[in-house]
Design a binder for this molecule. Structure first.
Ligand code: ATP
Length: 248
């Protein structure tokens, strides 16, 4: 569904993406792992459209989308977790999600109608909050939510756009054990409906959820395949897994 073909991206002398090719398929969770600075976030940014590759192609359903910006890709169904810190803390959870729904609509000539009262926006927003188990927080201001609740709100905002492809950059970062458990179940529940690319440092989560694991080191793919094969791959163990979590 979403494909990267031979992507290359450098920042000065740093080669952050060095010929990355991967395919994220519908109904599958594809994890992208690797040590610090391996190029995971840079790869995600190129797929999401916030960063332009120096070379290579990004394709959705076989069609090149490299010329589209992040907003245009979102309208095609590629969602990325929003950064809640960039939002207004005064907005309620439901208003925040309603804004995300509006932004993802192809024809959002709705500015004359407040997002907070437009049922066409608030109903899907409430449904997304309910799906993540935070429906009861609909009228709580984003700035008053606990960290774990904010992460769930970010996810609700991404889901409210009914994405076909979901790009997740470290969704478990900063979550406690219980929150990690519940977000893992949420992501598992999304699998049948979309293609998911997951960048995550928590290896328990990765190996529990992923159908395919791609390992990046210095911007290059050193291995890609089913979790069991990746876990046993000697090069992966040497480069990454055997170094433990502190190598993440
Ligand atoms: N905007 C930028 N300008 C300069 N260098 C950058 C920029 N973005 C990333 N880099 C560099 O590119 C390399 C890859 O970074 P990236 O953040 O993609 O790695 P990562 O695998 O996501 O790391 P982490 O696991 O620590 O988040 C690193 O060496 C990083 O310092």
């Amino acid at each position: 569904m979403l494909e990267a073909r031979d992507l290359r991206k450098s920042f000065g002398a740093i080669v952050a993406t060095d010929g990355l090719s991967l395919t994220v398929e519908h109904g599958r969770i594809h994890a992208l792992i690797g040590p610090n600075g391996a190029g995971k976030s840079t790869a995600l940014a190129q797929l999401g459209g916030s960063l332009t590759p120096d070379e290579g192609q990004v394709l959705l359903d076989g069609r090149p989308i490299g010329g589209l910006d992040e907003a245009s890709r979102a309208r095609l169904g590629i969602a990325r977790s929003f950064q809640i810190s960039a939002l207004f803390p005064e907005m309620t959870a439901r208003e925040s999600v309603a804004m995300a729904v509006m932004a993802a609509r192809p024809h959002h000539a709705r500015f004359w109608r407040p997002a907070a009262t437009d049922r066409g926006l608030t109903d899907p927003a409430q449904a997304a909050l309910d799906r993540l188990g935070i429906g009861h927080l609909a009228h709580t201001r984003a700035g008053q939510l606990a960290h774990g609740q904010r992460r769930l709100l970010e996810m609700a905002m991404a889901l409210a756009c009914r994405p076909r492809v979901l790009l997740l950059d470290e969704p478990m970062a900063g979550l406690g054990a219980t929150e990690t458990r519940s977000l893992t179940e949420v992501i598992r529940g999304l699998r049948p409906d979309m293609a998911i690319l997951l960048v995550e440092h928590d290896m328990d989560v990765v190996f529990e959820l992923a159908d395919v694991v791609t390992v990046l080191v210095d911007g290059r793919v050193i291995a890609s395949g089913p979790p069991a094969a990746i876990r046993d791959d000697p090069e992966v163990r040497r480069a990454y897994l055997s170094e433990g979590d502190e190598a993440c």
